[in-house]
Design a protein around this ligand. Structure first.
Ligand code: NAP
Length: 310
């Protein structure tokens, strides 16, 4: 098959975008419990080439890596004993970074990590949802234990992950305060936030106030300053890296999103019943132009999700 592959780093330096090659790669074989999916669209993330991906789960070194962890496509074969999905099913899913990803014509993935794609979305839009949806679902509900009537502050609410979080929190009956730069204010309010805080204004903490849950999708100084915004007994969840400090009277948590078929099913249901909009598309590139796609995303030439299509 054709695939985009990142080759072994020279020394221990990440090779980054320059190391991406469009080339022939071995066809993946679905192992026990897997499905083989013909990829129709694959989503890329700006930072993914810098993640710790040069070893597999068992610690074995990987020589070449196929990026893009979220995708939509059609099941073309089943591994030994795979149940619950059939050849011809239209699916979407998320694979962990230590497996080969979806910047390829085919991907082999555990059946429990995919689900039927939302029927109301095309391939491209369906491929924008797994990472943003799973990350925000797990942040708000699995780790943040967000409940109706509570107030959540979502940093980076205008981005892919944040825009889904705003909608999920709102439909769970929470009061939502979204943050970001002023250019996303209208969109964040339209998605369901009750208030928007411009992080480029001075002393934005005063405008944000005290909340039950901070969900941080920006990191750095914004994350550090947000510890003070959590009410005693509340929680701070971040997806950007371990918090620089903590407080004895709150919970703090950094996590990496996990695949989940059950949560993908629920996200698809919310989309198909009109309760959730997928992240906005920034640009769609043919698979062969992945290097250009990663470059445009890294240089912020496009706003919104960047999708590759084999
Ligand atoms: N741990 C995990 O499992 C996990 C999962 C998914 C994503 N992530 C990470 O989450 C991050 C966001 O992903 P995404 O796909 O949502 O990206 P995105 O679409 O670019 O969204 C990020 C949003 O945050 C805003 N922002 C960033 N820095 C800001 C600042 N200093 N002040 C105000 N606004 C700021 C951005 O605004 P501008 O565009 O104007 O800068 C943008 O609206 C990425 O770094 C990604 O690697 C982690």
């Amino acid at each position: 098959m054709k695939a985009i592959r990142l080759h072994e780093p020279i020394g221990n330096e990440p090779v980054g975008i320059e190391g991406l090659v469009y080339e022939d790669a071995p066809d993946p074989t679905p192992a026990l419990g897997d499905v083989l999916v013909k990829v129709h669209a694959a989503g890329i993330t700006p930072t993914e080439l810098n993640w710790p991906i040069w070893a597999d789960r068992a610690g074995h070194k990987r020589d070449a890596i196929i990026p893009a962890q979220e995708f939509s496509g059609v099941v073309t074969a089943l591994g030994f004993g795979t149940a619950g999905l059939a050849v011809g099913d239209e699916v979407y899913g998320l694979i962990m970074a230590y497996w080969d990803g979806a910047a390829a014509e085919y991907i082999a993935i555990e059946a429990r990590d995919v689900a039927p794609k939302p029927t109301t979305l095309d391939w491209v839009h369906a491929a924008t949802l797994p990472q943003a949806g799973l990350t925000s679902w797990q942040a708000l509900f699995d780790h943040g234990h967000l409940a109706a009537g509570q107030t959540v502050l979502i940093h980076g609410a205008g981005g892919a992950v944040g825009s889904v979080a705003v909608q999920l929190a709102r439909s769970a009956g929470a009061h939502v305060i979204g943050t970001g730069r002023s250019n996303v204010e209208a969109r964040v309010l339209e998605l369901g936030a009750e208030r928007f805080v411009d992080l480029e204004r001075e002393r934005w903490e005063d405008a944000a106030g005290q909340v039950d849950l901070v969900y941080d999708i920006i990191g750095g100084d914004i994350l550090a300053r947000s510890l003070a915004l959590v009410k005693p007994g509340g929680t701070l969840v971040t997806v950007m890296g371990p918090p620089p400090a903590t407080r004895q009277d709150i919970r703090t948590m950094f996590f990496i999103r996990q695949p989940s078929s059950a949560q993908l099913v629920e996200l698809a249901r919310l989309v198909d019943t009109g309760q959730l909009r997928p992240p906005e598309i920034g640009a769609v590139y043919p698979l062969s132009e992945a290097r250009r796609a990663f470059t445009a995303q890294a240089n912020r030439e496009v706003t919104g999700k960047v999708i590759l299509q084999p």
